[in-house]
Design a protein around this ligand. Structure first.
Ligand code: ZN
Length: 349
């Protein structure tokens, strides 16, 4: 850790052009576009898309998750001619460009992901982490957020068009209606509130796509103290810790997976400890993973893990779920539900 003085700007102060900028933002949306990681960052003034590129464009940037607070040093800002919005470009190590990210309400001294070992700590890091973690949904919607919503609804629309062509149109419509009901039901639950349902939930195959590898493997701290105090579990990106990063209680970190549910209308995810879906192949792989004392370092590895879990979950749906809502965005129709418990049910449909 070294110290230097940087001048930071709010997102609405960034001007497209040759200058390089230092700024903070909260990750409120992320996706992969043509092998590039795209983040939507928000601060109290505005929001902006930021393309994240690793040093040589080969090794993926790992560890970034929704709701984290990210700080960018010497990032570029350009104007997107198609959408007429400004967007950020982070090319790690190019002209001293670097990023540091912290968990939601994290400790400034413990970044969860960073592009440089010798990262610079700034005096306002903690203040910004707290401020941006608290950033609510009540601000007016920005053009960039509108685009994120369009992106999501466009994907839904494309899927609907395909569905109409389906031979099973009638039975589909029926199951879609009940599916929409199930999705709506889950989307109405507030952050921190318990979820307890006996419905059957189908897993969307897109969960197992290589492009979703980053979001698939999760490490979760389910700390009883924090669960009571903050009404949340913590998603972290380092599984070797044996204590709660927030209150330092001794607690075992769990290897979990995040799957997207098969809903046309909402983006609903279940994150659950892999032990809930015990399966021989799956387990031996996880044991190897933990024995090697580290997270899978390459997307290839995570993808192999995805494949084993996919096999374990194939032909099953999830039911009898007990959990809580950990993250949600009404605008993006996004909900992340952590499951403390669930059952696998073999599909007969
Ligand atoms: Zn704790």
């Amino acid at each position: 850790m070294s110290k230097a003085i940087y001048e930071y700007h709010k997102i609405n102060e960034l001007i497209p052009g040759p200058s390089r900028w230092n700024f903070y933002g909260k990750i409120i949306f992320m996706c992969n576009i043509a092998d590039q990681l795209l983040l939507l960052l928000k601060d109290e003034t505005s929001s902006m898309y930021v393309y994240m590129n690793s040093k040589d464009n080969k090794e993926p940037i790992v560890g970034l998750k929704l709701r984290q607070v990210i700080r960018i040093h010497r990032g570029n800002v350009r104007r997107n001619p198609t959408t007429n919005t400004k967007e950020g470009v982070v090319q790690v190590e190019m002209a001293g460009c670097h990023f540091v990210a912290w968990p939601h309400f994290g400790d400034a001294n413990n970044p969860i992901s960073k592009s440089s070992k010798n990262w610079t700590k700034s005096d306002i890091d903690q203040e910004k982490i707290n401020e941006l973690s608290e950033l609510g949904n009540d601000q007016p919607i920005t053009k960039a957020e509108e685009l994120a919503i369009q992106l999501v609804s466009h994907r839904e629309k494309t899927r609907n068009d395909d569905t109409v062509r389906n031979w099973w149109k009638m039975s589909k419509i029926e199951s879609e209606q009940s599916s929409a009901r199930k999705a709506r039901e889950l989307s109405l639950i507030s952050i921190g509130d318990p979820v307890e349902m006996d419905n059957e939930y189908d897993i969307d195959d897109s969960s197992f796509l290589e492009s979703n590898a980053q979001d698939f493997l999760q490490f979760v701290i389910n700390c009883p103290g924090c669960l009571k105090k903050y009404k949340t579990v913590w998603y972290i990106s380092d599984e070797s810790k044996e204590e709660c990063f927030k209150c330092k209680q001794k607690v075992q970190c769990k290897v979990a997976v995040r799957v997207k549910l098969k809903f046309e209308t909402h983006n609903i995810y279940f994150t659950f400890p892999i032990e809930l879906v015990k399966n021989k192949e799956c387990y031996s792989y996880i044991e190897k993973l933990i024995a090697s004392d580290g997270t899978p370092e390459h997307v290839d590895e995570i993808h192999k893990f995805q494949e084993t879990v996919k096999e374990a979950l194939q032909n099953f749906c999830l039911t009898k779920i007990k959990g809580m809502v950990v993250a949600k965005s009404n605008k993006l129709k996004f909900v992340d539900i952590y499951l403390f418990n669930c059952k696998l049910l073999r599909l007969t449909r």
